[in-house]
Design a protein around this ligand. Structure first.
Ligand SMILES: C[S@@+](CC[C@H](N)C(=O)[O-])C[C@H]1O[C@@H](n2cnc3c(N)ncnc32)[C@H](O)[C@@H]1O
Length: 256
């Protein structure tokens, strides 16, 4: 990773930590404040990326945070972020938990914008592992942009189009390739790789996987772009055709 990339990523991670309106985390932060009290809790931030949320948990509650990611570059930036905002309550670790399974119990497990990046057979094994390391009243939080929604493609910043996932594939591939940009990841190092790594997650698919792992949905918030309108915000958002307007799903699961 170049120094320039590290500095840019550190600025991005700092914003994710410090700014309550950081673009992909605004809804998560609001929902988490309303639904969690993490004081004295043991937290797993899975797929912690560059660590903004891991440090945010520790800044907002008196909790211990174990933050894991599979990507060495992301953990390198997370460690740089921790050096900037020192704390002994957050431990970052580069780990593939299918090779080195979790060996501690947790009160809360968080996946902020992670589940949609993991192939289903792997995601299913991860969920089964989470359900084994959750204390009896523990919560598993999952947030993600559902596949039907405007931001699901993760490439709207390079194509310039919401719902890019519905473009004919040759056109979409050509557009991404033409405007492709390098990003920080060691594993996914540009937008094309990110797009190819998406699993097209939606609510029905997630419920299928979580129930097979012995988890039951406890709470769901479907954040729709309809909510921006004073007149339309009370419409039900999860049925056809409104589910195409859902920008983010936020869910809490418990052990069944
Ligand atoms: C879009 S980023 C989200 C990062 C962070 N949670 C946030 O909200 O800023 C998804 C992260 O999941 C990580 N990831 C993907 N598959 C993983 C796996 N099998 N184990 C651990 N981390 C994984 C990626 O390396 C990446 O850092």
């Amino acid at each position: 990773m170049t120094n320039e990339m590290l500095e840019k990523s550190l600025a991005y991670a700092t914003r994710n930590l410090m700014d309550e309106h950081a673009p992909h985390l605004k809804q998560d932060k609001l929902f988490l404040r309303q639904n969690f009290d993490l004081n004295q809790k043991k937290v797993l931030d899975f797929g912690c990326g560059m660590g903004g949320m891991s440090l945010w948990y520790a800044q907002n509650w008196s909790c211990q945070v174990h933050a894991i990611d599979i990507d060495a570059h992301h953990i390198q930036i997370a460690e740089a972020l921790k050096a900037k905002f020192p704390t002994d309550r957050v431990q970052f670790e580069k780990r593939n938990i299918l090779e080195a399974p979790l060996d501690q119990m947790y009160d809360a497990i968080f996946l902020n914008d992670v589940a949609e990046h993991i192939a289903y057979p792997v995601l299913e094994q991860l969920l089964q592992q989470f359900s084994r390391v959750m204390n009896p009243d523990a919560s598993l939080f999952i947030s993600y942009p559902p596949w039907e929604g405007p931001y699901a493609s993760h490439v709207q910043s390079v194509t310039g189009l919401l719902w890019s996932q519905y473009l004919p594939k040759p056109l979409l591939m050509a557009l991404i390739k033409r405007r492709n940009k390098a990003i920080t990841g060691e594993i996914e190092g540009n937008f094309l790789e990110v797009y190819k790594g998406l699993n097209r997650l939606n609510h029905a698919r997630l419920i299928n996987l979580t129930s097979r792992a012995g988890l039951v949905m406890h709470k769901r918030l479907s954040h729709s772009i309809l909510k921006r309108s004073r007149y339309l915000k009370s419409l039900p958002v999860t049925g056809f055709p409104f589910r195409y307007l859902v920008s983010k799903e936020l869910l809490i699961f418990k052990i069944a």
